[in-house]
Ligand binder design. Structure first.
Ligand SMILES: Cc1cc2nc3c(=O)[nH]c(=O)nc-3n(C[C@H](O)[C@H](O)[C@H](O)COP(=O)(O)O)c2cc1C
Length: 209
């Protein structure tokens, strides 16, 4: 199975080389994220692609993760703080257009989404949205590995700084994750040679028959 090979190949890069990732490949990874599953199909997060050393430096701020500055590109995952009636309506309009269905036929779906999401507290809504972004991160890791592009998934940054630098608050978004893209520095990345540490599969997974 190819994805097992890709997942075994990938590891968390600690030091990137200066080699840039092609724009076309960055776009493929973003497309893969866009194809990820999300609860209700609502995709309550956005991906901001950063390819600017000055912005990367500001995003790193005091973080221990030098990869934020050194990577070829960053994908910043930013999730919505709250689902709104307007967001759900726009989503239903997209459904109607793509599937060529009148809005009247989508009423039950719309009502269910509204009932489920508009009764959540802000905190519940934000946590739910962030979880969806993490699903996108998983897809991005696999897609990048298939393209032999190295990655560092990161929570180690200051989300408030990222929100300000990227103007996320104004859009109702908040940064939750950064995925750095690039190529491993073969001489200086201390993590290259270290073996993957994973649980034995029978401890990790239980089969109930
Ligand atoms: C959500 C998430 C956040 C992470 N945050 C960081 C981080 O801030 N800095 C870092 O170097 N690695 C970070 N990692 C990488 C993990 O430490 C790494 O995936 C784990 O040790 C397994 O190693 P592997 O990715 O090399 O297989 C993060 C991973 C995930 C999934």
């Amino acid at each position: 199975m190819k994805s097992l090979e890709h997942l075994s190949w990938r590891y968390t890069v600690k030091k990137f080389s200066n080699q840039k990732v092609d724009q076309e490949n960055v776009e493929k990874i973003v497309e893969a994220i866009n194809l990820s599953a999300s609860s209700g199909g609502l995709q309550p997060y956005r991906v901001i692609v950063v390819e600017n050393k000055e912005v990367q430096k500001r995003l790193r701020a005091d973080s221990f993760n030098a990869q934020i500055e050194e990577a070829s590109h960053l994908l910043v995952f930013a999730s919505y703080k709250k689902m709104t009636k307007e967001y759900i309506t726009e989503f239903m309009e997209l459904n109607s257009k793509v599937r060529n269905m009148p809005m009247s036929e989508l009423e039950d779906y719309k009502s269910a989404l509204e009932f489920y999401h508009l009764n959540k507290t802000e905190e519940e809504s934000a946590i739910w949205a962030a979880k969806q972004a993490y699903i996108g991160l998983g897809t991005a890791l696999i897609a990048a590995a298939e393209l032999q592009i190295d990655t560092t998934p990161m929570e180690g940054f200051d989300p408030e700084i990222a929100n300000k630098v990227l103007g996320l608050k104004e859009k109702g978004l908040q940064s939750v994750l950064i995925l750095a893209l690039g190529y491993r520095d073969l001489e200086n990345d201390w993590n290259i040679e270290l073996k993957k540490v994973r649980l034995p599969i029978n401890e990790f997974s239980t089969i109930i028959k």
